[in-house]
Write a protein that binds this ligand. Sequence first.
Ligand code: CTP
Ligand code: MG
Length: 237
Amino acid sequence: MNKTVAIVLAAGKSERLGGELPKPFLSIHGRELYQYSLQMFDQHPQIDSIILVVPQQFLSTEKAKNKSDKINLIVGGKTRFESVKNALDHLEKSVENVIIHDAARPFITKKLIDNCLKNLLKNKALSCAIESTDTLVVKDAKGNADSYPDRSKTMRIQTPQAFRLDLLKKAYSLAIKESKTDFTDDGSLIHYYGLAPLSLVPGSEQNIKITYASDLLLAELILNELIPIASVREMKK
Ligand code: CTP
Ligand code: MG
């Protein structure tokens, strides 16, 4: 069977949120934020192992908390790109598929993971994406509106994103060769090098990314079941 590894990214600095702790380590409802998505991958029967990427200063404390054989912890880098690269460097040769997820999105569901893995049987690269309800605009250097893409042709990219490992590794080595490492996600990296079509899998409106303080309030409402969502029901089963 194809070996599949999940990479959960929790090594960012949370500069937009601010505060003392990086967002994956904030406790909501008695659990650190990263634990929500980690649990979904840990419980998923098709995920063989997980790499949790954390900042250096959290390595020993988080290692002590995550003793499952399925979970390995490593230290991230200065950018998201470097954090993913560090994880890829830790993978064994037998790994065929990787599914990458931002720990900042706690409400991933089993169904989203299922859909990604199913799609990966047919495609080599994919990303979850949702329709945009807002009109999107491209801005110019002065911050004024430059052009309006047709909303019906745009989507908002989320994680998880999944890839055949050989393809993703090739994209990373091309990017490193030309020192182009400012990609904010892995789907855009694959697209930039045109290595394979990037399939767009339906994401979920509830798969929110914690970026600002208001997102933490929203997460609290979700966990208090004031906004009912599938992943919370799954967690409480
Ligand atoms: N991430 C990471 N390593 C980095 C930067 C980001 O592992 N060097 C992770 C974050 O922890 C987060 C995900 O990538 O789970 C998406 O990044 P983002 O939401 O931008 O988080 P931060 O970079 O931490 O936040 P900010 O951009 O506001 O500083
Ligand atoms: Mg960031």
